[in-house]
Design a protein around this ligand. Structure first.
Ligand code: NAD
Length: 257
């Protein structure tokens, strides 16, 4: 399976799932546009490494996914956008009555509204090319809820809804839109939650991972960035041409409970 000649734009891809997805798409032959809000030499170095290692074109474009105009500018600067992976995301954990308004706004903007803006900018490019794939990295929290994650759960449910609308509006145009719903994946976003949880419950790291983080993940194993990247490659393939408007759970059985 080859994605030669296709350009993939992956938001929030200088670490974690986004970077893992970019690498798997590059292995399949796609040219890569990486993104985050920082503009450091090491961000651009990641693109150089991908280009060297996998023999594709790769570049890094800084753009803040909390700002609609920058989301749209990312797609415009990319020029081509055959595969759009909306992945940028942040987490904030607090009870609703203690949830700071600015944190609510940031989570909704980065995790949900950015996907609206990038999709709006990418669809005309995909229509002109006569082919496109929109892949939204939602979450098990796009299908189910946990306490203290109101903004995240609202944003991820919103992304699933946006995915369905995108699929319906493009259904006859050789463009598909799907959402991947991962359970826990050990990335910096999840790693950052471990120390506080260890302190809160007086538990060691392994106990926090098994009994708190993976409590609802029946497999008791993290999903990996390679598995998520492989799923994106599949969604970009001809085998998935009639899959659209759906969610793919990669959650060790969480949403089967
Ligand atoms: P991460 O913190 O490693 O990566 C998040 C990425 O988003 C980083 O590249 C970061 O730089 C970028 N980002 C953050 N704010 C941004 C902004 N304003 N503009 C542009 N980029 C920004 O986290 P991750 O675990 O790899 O998460 C990636 C996505 O996967 C998120 O949408 C997250 O909600 C989702 N997800 C993660 C898990 C998990 O267990 N790790 C589970 C389900 C869903």
């Amino acid at each position: 399976m080859t994605l030669n000649g296709k350009t993939a734009v992956i938001t929030g891809s200088n670490s974690g799932i986004g970077l893992g997805v970019a690498i798997e798409l590059a292995k399949a032959g796609a040219d890569i546009v990486l993104n985050s809000f920082t503009d450091r030499p090491e961000d651009h170095d990641i693109a150089t490494d991908i280009a060297t290692q996998y023999g594709v074109n790769a570049r890094y474009i800084a753009a803040d996914m909390s700002k609609g105009a920058e989301c749209r500018a990312l797609i415009e600067q990319a020029g081509a956008c055959d595969i759009l992976v909306n992945n940028a995301g942040i987490q904030y954990v607090a009870a609703i009555d203690e949830f700071p308004s600015d944190k609510w706004d940031a989570v909704i903007a980065i995790n949900m509204s950015s996907a609206f803006h990038t999709t709006a900018a990418a669809l005309p490019i995909m229509r002109a090319a006569g082919w496109g794939r929109v892949i939204n990295i939602a979450s098990a929290h796009g299908l189910t809820a946990s306490p203290f994650k109101s903004a995240y759960v609202a944003a991820k449910h919103g992304v699933v809804g946006l995915t369905k609308v995108t699929a319906l509006e493009t259904a006859e145009e050789n463009i598909t839109a799907n959402a991947i719903c991962p359970g826990y994946v050990l990335t910096p976003l999840v790693e950052a939650q471990i120390p506080n949880t260890m302190e809160k419950y007086g538990m060691d790291r392994d106990t926090v991972i098994r009994e708190v983080l993976l409590e609802r993940q029946p497999s008791k194993a993290f999903a990996t960035v390679e598995q998520l990247g492989g799923t994106c490659v599949f969604l970009a393939s001809d085998s998935a041409a009639q899959m659209t408007g759906t969610t793919l759970s990669i959650d060790g059985g969480w949403t089967a409970l």
